[in-house]
Structure formats: C-alpha cells, structure tokens
Design a protein around this ligand. Structure first.
Ligand code: TXA
Ligand code: MG
Length: 346
C-alpha cells in the first residue's frame, strides 16, 4: 500500500506532472512520502502539522530528541519560522542554496510542529538542489520536514529501492526520481554563533565554506568521542551494516592479511575498496565504491555498498580508509559511525 510515483527528473514542467501533483496532495493531507534530493532520499511531511511530523518519527523509528531538517523552495519562506538571519548565514544561502548545506537558525516559536525541532529553540533549514524535491515543495506550498528516508540506524537511502526496503507499508508513497547524486547528507552548519560551526560534515566542504565566510569551526564532538555533539543525530550509531565493520589503516597488503586470517577461521569475509584496487584482494565478497581518485564517486556509492554487504550475508567487513579532506571528511565520518569507530592500525 505504499505508492510508487516514477518521475523523470529531467523533464520540463515538473510542477504540473500528475505524479508530483498526486504526491503533493498527500503532503497537504498530512501524509508522509519519500522524495529524492541531491544528497539522499528524504521522508517528507508537513513541518507545521504535529500529526504529519509524528508519522515521520514513527515510520523511521526515530528517537524523539533528534530534530528534523526543514526544506524550502524559496528563501522568503524563512520569514515564517526563522527568528533572525545573521549576515554570514545570508552569504552562505546565496552561495550554496539550492544545495547540500543545512543552516541552523534561531527559530520563531509557535509556527512549526514542536516535535520537529525537538525543543531546541533552533531550526535547521535547507533548499535541496533537486528538481523533483523543488517541484514537490512548490506544489505543496509547505515547509517540509524531511529526515533521511531510512529506518533509524540504517544507511541513508540513495535510491527509491532502498527506501522501500526499509519503509514499504509504513509510508504513503515514494517519488522515484532515480538515484541521488551527492550520496552523503548535507553539511549542517550552526550560524547562531559568531563563528559558524560545522555540526555534520557533508556535501559542502569546510574549504568551500571558509572561502566565502572566513573562519569556520568544527564541533569538537566530531573528533573527540567524549564530547557531546551539538547535532543530536550525531550521537547515535548510524549507517551500520549487519556484520561488524573494521576500518583498516595501513597498506592493502595488511588489509589482505586480515581478510586471509578471518577466512582461515571459516568466516565469510567482505572487503570494501575502490575500483582502482579491487583486483588486489582475495575475499568472499569484494565490493567497490567509486574511484579513490575522485572522492565524489566514493560518496555517491557509499550507502549502496554498505547495504549490499547485508544482502551478501558476510560475517565481517574490512574497509579501506580515505583522506580526511574535501568530501573525504564526510565519507570518513560516515564510515567511522558505520564501524562504531573500530579501526585496525598496521
Ligand atoms: O541531506 C540531508 O540533509 C538529508 C536530506 C533528506 O535533506 N536529510 C537528513 O536529515 O540527513 P536527518 O534527519 O537524517 O539528519 C539531520 C541531522 C541530524 O543529525 C540532526 O540531529 C541535525 O541534522 N539537526 C537538525 N536540526 C538541528 C538543530 N536545530 N540543531 C542541531 N542539529 C540539528
Ligand atoms: Mg539520517
């Protein structure tokens, strides 16, 4: 009973596409539907309606203390529920919206469903750079709350198939606009302080942000496990495949040695690598995510590859690591969470 609306994101006039109009109708009726964005699929619902927001939390099994990102199609929509737009936030919006950047603002009370903001007094907002998402936002005319459309704890969905694997029967529908592009979620930046703070690394890199607003801090919790993260979602184990995942710091020969050792114990071993080095490994399941030389391709393929290890029923997974620069920072953040920070050093 979950509808699937297939939509070609490249056609003109998406706003009059009957599938978009139908899906937007469900949103206006306070039902929840999954939609593609340029990062991952989101589970969309009317951000001003308690019932719709409650359905989002229920479908995902999401902890109530984890606030939702609000999606808009026009900057003017901010006036309705954002208390103030600091200068640096204005610069960031002009430069990166629509795009994979979520900005945290002080919130006007009493407009959005209280459940959406988890009582923080602030609100994260972004304008997605995806024609299907923008069309849905425009046709519904609503501010749309949309967390990633996965079951809580699972890797975020980058295809409509991933959404259905997790949420079929639990949501009204999914707009299938094909695979998403960036593959990891938006960067979350807190602009309520003088120096903006990155709360979650993502599609827009620290380097890109600093180029337009100068100094940008990183939430200490991202590098220090003991610190309390300012984005509540960052404290949860996330993206985890079923089998234990180990990040391997060292040579490929070292990783192969670990794989060989576990196979000798009779375990079914998975290796996560990239196209450049796939031939060098001998294991039960060797999966590649993109090309190391272009980290954007690794980000795009990462969640799909984590989900595919589950289908392959491996007992243990060893993964290569990636440089902590550019989008590699977001890739490593997600891999560390998926691995529960298990790193084996040579
Ligand atoms: O790319 C994305 O951002 C995707 C697509 C669908 O837009 N959405 C997404 O939403 O990743 P979600 O709910 O899976 O992750 C939202 C993150 C969580 O870590 C949450 O704690 C944080 O943003 N967040 C949301 N509102 C916040 C706020 N007011 N203050 C601090 N962190 C906030
Ligand atoms: Mg999520």
């Amino acid at each position: 009973n979950t509808k699937v609306w297939k939509v070609d994101k490249y056609v003109d006039n998406l706003e009059s596409n009957p599938h978009i109009v139908d899906a937007a109708h469900f949103l206006k009726e306070n039902e929840v539907v999954a939609m593609p964005t340029e990062t991952v699929y989101g589970l969309a619902g009317n951000a001003e309606n308690d019932e719709a927001v409650a359905k989002i939390f229920a479908a995902k099994g999401r902890p109530a203390d984890n606030p939702l990102i609000i999606h808009i199609a026009e900057q003017e929509q901010l006036n309705r529920f954002v208390a103030e737009v600091p200068e640096k936030a204005a610069i960031l919006m002009d430069k990166f919206w629509p795009g994979p950047l979520t900005i945290i603002f002080k919130m006007k009370e009493g407009v959005l469903s209280e459940k959406a903001s988890a009582g923080l007094g602030t609100v994260g907002v972004r304008m997605p750079d995806h024609p299907v998402a923008l069309a849905l936002l425009k046709v519904s005319g609503l501010p749309i709350a949309a967390p990633s459309a996965n079951s809580s704890g699972k890797p975020s969905p980058t295809t409509a198939g991933h959404v259905l694997d997790d949420l079929e029967g639990k949501i009204a529908g999914v707009v299938d606009g094909g695979p998403t592009g960036v593959g990891v979620e938006s960067t979350v930046i807190d602009c309520t302080e003088t120096v903006p703070v990155i709360l979650r690394p993502g599609g827009v890199t620290k380097e890109q942000l600093e180029a337009v607003v100068g100094e940008v801090h990183i939430d200490p919790a991202l590098t220090n496990e003991a610190a309390k993260p300012k984005a509540p979602g960052m404290k949860y184990r996330h993206y985890a495949p079923n089998a234990p995942l180990y990040l391997v710091s060292g040579t490929r020969g070292f990783l192969q040695g670990l794989a060989a050792e576990k196979r000798a114990e009779g375990l079914r071993v998975g290796v996560l690598t990239t196209e450049e080095h796939a031939d060098e490994y001998e294991a039960d399941v060797v999966l590649t995510c993109g090309r190391r030389a272009e980290l954007e391709t690794v980000a795009a393929a990462l969640y799909d590859v984590l989900r595919r290890f589950n289908e392959q029923q491996v007992d243990v997974i060893f993964s290569e690591m990636f440089p902590y620069e550019g989008v590699g920072y977001a890739i490593m953040n997600r891999l560390e969470k998926a691995a529960g920070n298990k790193v084996i050093k040579e």
